[in-house]
Design a protein around this ligand. Structure first.
Ligand code: ACM
Length: 567
């Protein structure tokens, strides 16, 4: 079967902050995130890819990337294109990967805001993709930019059977934000290395460049630490909703780092501290609890725990854990958690974050990320906070469901936490910390879906998955926001990047995880990459519909929202 991809119409609009007037691809172009600039030539020309079309590269440093593209296209189409080096001559009738000093664009690309997770130049991700009757050329100043171009090309090809005709077009593209990620909770539900690799494949397809792994929480400790073997002997197997538990050996973790790096994705490991540490306390009960007995109990009536900054044993554990983790982490950032320390005296919380921050910066030589509450401590330039408490979270604590499920002391502590939240942003900005944008309302992918699906067999999954604590939300509502305007306090220059977040209380399997990730993950990816102006809902939902054949081919479960006319 030959797939003819056509472009029916062009919409031209102004793009604030850039001089391009981008044209919007129609539904068949279905690229997510939408490129900054996409123009179809009008002569009807097309490039034909068949099973013999070579994947050629201009420079030996692109060999691995070319092999990667060949492997990814084989997964989609069943055909492995031959890979060849073509150093000096410009290749026609090939898919040509070309490294240049800098890509030439008709007009300047918009500025990229934010922080690169590996402190690279964000301009490395810029690329051009040109298709004419004779050539299909992916051009960038770096292999990383070529890889981002490949994600666009893969979506244009989809799951077509070769030969495929791709219409002549030009794309010039650059990310809006330098940090675009997914935070994955592997503590509530442990996912194996092959399962995490499928998540890396998903985020790679949508040009995300960070996988943030939530490696520890009350429910389980998931990373081998040589100096503290009980963390995994005991902490990875504590009773947790009849789930099987598990942990990554350091070799497993290195394999995930390698697999992600091949896709130009940086792992950001999180050890959630000083609260959320029941698994650590179960492993080393000799540590002192910084929460006074009786001051806060969880919904099971168990006293909350927090590591005590004045307990030398606890701080030694923190230092050893973070040092071992840093040695496994090529990126520049370690996430230290810092959220929801219910019942912990304020001064102790401040001292814990300050000591841990200084240790990470001065001894371990990485930068910290922490959930937004760390803005209430002595953080500063170079630190990153993750904004999660959306402005309307306070109200949700008033619901009768919440009041019946949460003990009064705990509810009081939660209300205090949320009441202080708007001040967190002001404090972070004053302290010159940068902000990862993960407002729960839009970026938490464990909100239950509101609209029904088109497949009635999915109704039990839809009812079961997602935290009932959160309001049900439609795919459109969770997509319809702008990282630079949803909160009037936050400007583009304050932002480090955009992260989707998924917590796994209700999730029992990789299939459950995929059901909540897709289709919303690609929407958050678009908020991180595309200029806001290119992303109207009507066009977006057509592009989204075009993604499902790839998900089905990959065997990824997804929610067939009735708002989308799935292909
Ligand atoms: C969080 O959702 N507690 C960061």
């Amino acid at each position: 079967m030959t797939k003819q991809i056509s472009f029916l119409g062009c919409m031209v609009f102004l793009c604030a902050g850039c001089t391009f007037t981008p044209s919007q691809p129609d539904k068949e172009a279905h690229i997510i995130p939408a490129p900054v600039y996409l123009r179809q030539t009008t002569d009807g020309a097309s490039f034909s890819i068949n099973a013999k079309t070579p994947l050629a590269y201009s420079d030996n440093s692109l060999r691995e990337t070319a092999l990667q593209l060949s492997a990814e296209l084989k997964t989609q189409t069943g055909v492995a294109l031959p890979v060849e080096e073509a150093p000096s001559t410009f290749r026609t009738k090939s898919i040509y990967l070309e490294l240049t000093d800098r890509i030439t664009t008709p007009e300047p690309l918009p500025e990229t805001f934010g922080i690169s997770p590996k402190e690279a130049n964000p301009a490395d991700e810029q690329y051009a993709l040109h298709i004419s009757a004779d050539t299909l050329r992916l051009t960038s100043a770096s292999a990383e930019g070529i890889y981002r171009a490949m994600a666009s090309l893969r979506q244009l090809i989809g799951v077509s059977t070769f030969p495929v005709q791709l219409p002549a077009l030009q794309i010039y593209d650059a990310p809006r934000f330098a940090w675009r990620g997914l935070s994955l909770d592997v503590s509530r539900t442990f996912f194996t290395v092959p399962e995490v690799k499928t998540v890396i494949d998903m985020i790679a397809l949508y040009k995300m460049n960070v996988l943030h792994l939530h490696l520890s929480d009350h429910e389980g400790w998931r990373i081998q630490i040589n100096a503290y073997p009980r963390l995994t002997e005991i902490g990875s197997a504590i009773p947790n909703r009849n789930r099987k538990g598990g942990f990554y050996t350091q070799d497993d973790y290195r394999e995930l780092v390698r697999y992600a790096a091949e896709r130009f994705i940086t792992l950001v490991p999180e050890i959630d501290m000083p609260g959320h540490t029941a698994a650590a306390f179960a492993s080393y009960p000799e540590m002192k609890n910084a929460v006074p007995s009786g001051s806060a109990t969880n919904s099971a009536g168990v006293n909350m725990v927090a590591l005590d900054p004045d307990d030398p044993a606890a701080m030694l554990l923190v230092k050893n854990v973070l040092s071992e983790l840093a040695s496994l982490t090529p990126g520049n950032y370690i996430h230290i958690g810092g959220d929801e320390t219910f019942g912990m005296p304020k001064e102790k919380y401040e001292r814990f974050v300050e000591k841990t921050r200084n240790m990470v910066r001065e001894e371990i030589r990485k930068n910290i990320v922490g959930w937004q509450e760390i803005s209430r401590t002595r953080i500063g330039a170079g630190d990153v906070i993750q904004h999660w408490i959306a402005l309307d979270m306070e109200g949700s604590l008033e619901s009768p469901d919440v009041a019946s499920a949460i003990p009064p002391e705990m509810l009081k502590a939660m209300k205090e936490l949320f009441a202080e939240a708007p001040g967190d942003i002001t404090r972070a900005i004053e302290k010159q910390a940068r902000i990862i944008i993960s407002p729960a309302r839009f970026a938490y992918l464990d909100f239950p879906y509101r609209e029904t699906g088109v497949d009635s067999l999915q109704e039990t999954e839809r009812q079961r998955l997602g935290l009932s604590f959160y309001p049900r939300t439609t795919v459109e509502e969770s997509w319809n926001w702008n990282p630079t305007t949803f909160n009037p306090l936050i400007e583009a220059t304050h932002i480090a990047g955009v992260e989707a977040v998924i917590w796994c209380e209700t999730i029992e399997s990789i299939s459950d995880l995929q059901f909540l990730l897709l289709p919303r993950l690609s929407g958050v990816a678009e908020k991180g990459w595309s200029p806001q102006e290119t992303t109207g809902w009507e066009m977006y939902k057509k592009r989204l519909a075009g993604q499902s054949p790839m998900w089905e081919k990959a065997g990824w479960n997804y929610f067939k929202s009735s708002l989308i006319d799935w292909e």
